[in-house]
Design a binder for this molecule. Sequence first.
Ligand SMILES: Nc1ccn([C@@H]2O[C@H](COP(=O)(O)O)[C@@H](O)[C@H]2O)c(=O)n1
Ligand code: CDI
Length: 168
Amino acid sequence: MIRIGQGFDVHRFAENRPLIIGGIDIPYHKGLSGHSDADVLLHAITDAILGATAMGDIGKHFPDTDESFKDADSAVLLSEIWKQVIKKDYSLGNLDATIIAQKPKLAPYIHKIEQRIAEILGVEVERVNVKATTTERLGFTGREEGIASMAVVCLVKNKAWHKMEKER
Ligand SMILES: Nc1ccn([C@@H]2O[C@H](COP(=O)(O)O)[C@@H](O)[C@H]2O)c(=O)n1
Ligand SMILES: C[C@@]1(CO)OP(=O)(O)OP(=O)(O)OC[C@H]1O
């Protein structure tokens, strides 16, 4: 069985915060605000996975009213969800994501981000694709007020996946 999920997240720029995207520290003069480390890409990916498995959304699992998630490492949050998903016998078909940011230029970090996501999910990097785009200076991302991310995942129930791999 194949299940599709999509996720979307936005975080506002803030001074004196690190910029963490896809589990990677990006050198920049400002970061993103949030209850957690505000990793806008990992949040979109987490929501896509939760969507594919009909498990709700990130705020349901990790409420921003819970002090234990203050400054939380979003890679740990994603790992927690992924462990539950693996227990349900799903594996990752592929993951595709887009970071919407006027600045900074993310191209130099994209492969490192893909490698980190693959590491968190325990899959080959070939199953993970990350893209970046500006909005041509339009809208809140264009005004450099924040960064948005979108993600789509395709999850496969293991039995069906093994059958497909065999038939190739
Ligand atoms: N923050 C960003 C945004 C974009 N890129 C790269 O530039 C390419 C062109 O972006 P447009 O928004 O002008 O279409 C895009 O395909 C990315 O490769 C980037 O590195 N960082
Ligand atoms: C991750 C959580 C929890 O620390 O906080 P934020 O960093 O504010 O992120 P958001 O994408 O607004 O939603 C999920 C939250 O509950």
